[in-house]
Design a protein around this ligand. Structure first.
Ligand SMILES: N[C@@H](CCC(=O)N[C@@H](CS)C(=O)NCC(=O)O)C(=O)O
Length: 193
């Protein structure tokens, strides 16, 4: 979400839920449709559900393909990366004795199920971006998950040269580069270890 806004140079305020009270306040105010975060206030609306929020932002900021066929591919790629991200997020809630093993499995899954798909897409299409040779939600989503998995295993892209180049390319888009630099408004959540 944050990445998405930043890549389009959209200003936003980011707030993490750090206490039970903060979460309960949102609940009491009736802002959380299913009692869950993330939640985004935008254009006079209160939105929840990650995929719904991200697809709204993608459509609003012209990063959702030029036609339905591009859009459905963007959805497939973004959904795949979101599944992988969700595994990482949920690892934080595993009992400590299971956590390390779970994270190892996630890295393995990234290497065997998810990253080969994106390496092949980049190879087959020979383009700089995943869909339509134009920056889209799928690209930012993939960069985000690459960075997340690299926090677990810095060498995870060793066998994926096109993904490594993709990571460098997308990270170097000026607004994204600025966002990733230390001292930017980026707030890092603790890695799930
Ligand atoms: N399907 C939702 C899932 C969101 C979700 O699981 N949020 C967690 C925090 S990461 C939450 O709010 N859990 C509190 C609860 O379920 O009671 C989405 O994609 O946004």
């Amino acid at each position: 979400m944050i990445f998405r806004c930043l890549s389009m140079n959209v200003q936003f305020e980011e707030e993490f839920i750090e206490t039970r009270e903060q979460y309960e306040k949102l609940q009491k105010e009736g802002l959380l449709l299913f009692g869950q975060v993330p939640m985004v206030e935008i254009d006079g609306m209160v939105l929840t559900q990650t995929r719904a929020i991200l697809s709204y932002l993608a459509a609003k900021y012209d990063s959702y393909g030029k036609d339905l066929k591009e859009t459905v591919r963007i959805n497939m790629y973004a959904d795949g990366t979101l599944d992988l991200m969700m595994m990482i997020a949920l690892a934080a809630f595993k009992p400590p004795e299971e956590k390390e093993e779970n994270l190892t499995l996630i890295v393995k899954k990234a290497k065997t199920r998810y990253f080969p798909v994106f390496e092949k897409i980049l190879n087959d299409r020979g383009e700089d971006f995943l869909v339509g040779n134009k920056f889209s939600w799928a690209d930012i989503q993939l960069l985000e998950v690459i960075l997340m998995v690299e926090e677990l295993d810095a060498s995870v892209l060793a066998d994926f040269p096109l993904l490594k180049a993709f990571e460098a390319r997308i990270s170097n888009i000026p607004t994204i580069r600025k966002f990733l630099q230390p001292g930017s408004p980026r707030k890092l959540e603790a890695a799930p270890r």
